[in-house]
Write a protein that binds this ligand. Structure first.
Ligand code: SF4
Ligand code: FES
Length: 372
């Protein structure tokens, strides 16, 4: 196999600690604890190696990256390595002092998640009373500070009817971009699929709303939308293809081709034992689904295989227990009908209670949660 081109982006999961408990969290079901987290110096080394490898952007994420006391130093280290820095945050803990520190560290961009536009619903989804109000205040402060702002909203059955209001809020807050992302069903979201899955008519209405909103906001704000897999005709080109464009570093330093890769039994190497370039080029996990040799039919002979790369390996694992299978989101998969049936059953399940992700103490919690 020829050597892959360098990755463009790196997701740095600084910690799994988070004050929120969203039921669709992209963190693994088994969260890493604080004692195992990479230190400031280790992240500095990783950023230098990433820049040398060709990475252009680093997404400082979590959990909640602000749960790290050294988040300002870490941001400065990424900037000094020459990387474009994006902070992906719930904004809980983004007080004026922190924000000033991050600006001074030359943070380039902030992405703030919102759970809904209705404060009661938003706090219920986040499992944190008062979260919505704090997020709104922090987002305004970010825009006022002159930092580029993206608002991200994960949509599902409880909030999908308010896509329009989400876009309006994002614009009012001063965002240059809003991302409407349907929940992706791995890990926590898979556990909560019955409570999260929207109905087909809800999805259709949301897609129509996005199309209208894109026209209305053309030239003023970018609207990105990720279609829910279960109702799609073709799968998403997950991660731009396995091991092709980006990598994830977990809080303890394991390097993954995507955030859910650990749901697949593979051998993951750590930045504690290997240089990033060595991991990118030679680690078993990155080699596993690179190129096309691993593909089964119908992907193997499909003209779209260079467009979507067979879809998502983690989804094939989650639904079919075979990570090399065609993503069942694809209408050409022999299992697509089963997937649609799963979606319909989940969306009509009537389940409304969430199994919240494990909460790990991160930043002081000023108010008790609205959920137990
Ligand atoms: Fe993509 Fe495979 Fe479906 Fe073809 S068969 S569209 S390559 S997932
Ligand atoms: Fe892992 Fe799609 S989330 S390949």
């Amino acid at each position: 196999m020829t050597a892959p081109p360098p990755p463009l982006g790196m997701l740095a999961e600084l910690t799994h600690r988070c004050p929120l408990a969203c039921p669709y969290c992209s963190n693994p079901v088994a969260l890493e604890n604080r004692a195992g987290e990479l230190g400031t110096g280790e992240w500095r080394r990783v950023f230098a190696q990433a820049a040398e490898l060709g990475v252009l952007q680093v997404h400082l994420s979590g959990g909640e990256p602000l749960a790290r006391r050294d988040v300002v130093e870490i941001t400065a280290a990424a900037h000094q390595a020459g990387l474009y820095t994006n902070l992906i945050t719930s904004a809980i803990g983004l007080d004026p002092e922190r924000l000033a520190g991050l600006r001074a560290a030359r943070l380039d961009h902030v992405q703030i998640s919102i759970q809904d536009t209705d404060p009661g619903s938003a706090d219920r989804i986040a499992g944190y009373r008062g979260a919505h109000e704090r997020k709104m205040a922090a987002a305004r402060a970010v825009a006022d500070a002159g930092l580029a702002l993206t608002i991200n909203a994960v949509v599902h059955r409880a909030n999908i009817e308010r896509v329009e209001a989400m876009v309006e809020i994002a614009f009012a807050l001063g965002a240059g971009r809003v991302e409407i992302a349907h929940a992706q069903y791995y890990g926590w979201a898979l556990r909560n699929r019955d409570a999260l899955m929207p109905t087909r008519p809800q999805v259709d209405r949301a897609l129509q709303a996005v199309a209208r909103l894109r026209q209305a906001y053309q030239g003023r704000m970018v609207i990105d939308a990720v279609v829910p897999d279960y109702y799609a005709r073709f799968p998403k080109p997950c991660m731009g293809g396995w091991g092709r464009r980006s990598l994830n570093v977990t809080p303890s330093g394991r390097v993954l081709p995507c955030h859910a890769a650990e749901t697949i039994p593979l051998e993951f190497w750590s930045v504690r034992n290997h240089a990033l370039e060595e991991i990118w080029l030679h680690s078993p996990a990155f080699q596993a689904f690179r190129g096309e040799d691993w593909m089964q039919e119908p992907c193997r002979s499909c003209p779209r295989r260079g467009i979507d790369f067979g879809g998502c390996r983690c989804q094939a694992m989650a639904i079919l227990h075979d990570p090399a299978a065609t993503d069942p989101a694809c209408s050409l998969s022999p299992h697509h009908a089963e997937m649609l049936e799963l979606a319909e059953l989940a969306s009509e399940s009537g389940v409304a209670e969430y199994e919240y992700r494990g909460r790990m103490k991160a930043v002081p919690r000023p108010a008790p949660s609205v959920v137990s």
